[in-house]
Design a protein around this ligand. Sequence first.
Ligand code: FES
Length: 105
Amino acid sequence: MSTQPERWLVATRAQVPDGCMRRVTRGEQSWVLFNDGGEIVAAADVCPHKGAPLSAGEFEDGIVVCPLHGWEFDVRSGECVSMPEWPGLERATVIVDGEMVYLES
Ligand code: FES
């Protein structure tokens, strides 16, 4: 028997404009939504290096820059472009249904 993934509403599309990021929380877990050219993707709001909140960094051209040591991550692939051998971002599945943005886990 398979279990259905859980889906939770986190934002409207208007709250995550193109080129912007938005931090959302669910319980004790925080995520960042990134709108890269109209596509919304999500990652845990935790830098895989030393745990800084990526939502406090800069986001431009599909790259988020960690506020603590400046490592850069590709938000679509999750890869750390500064240190490719380092683990990438923890990703979450984003579902956009009309104007509503959901995360699924
Ligand atoms: S904590 Fe993010 S680069 Fe070091």
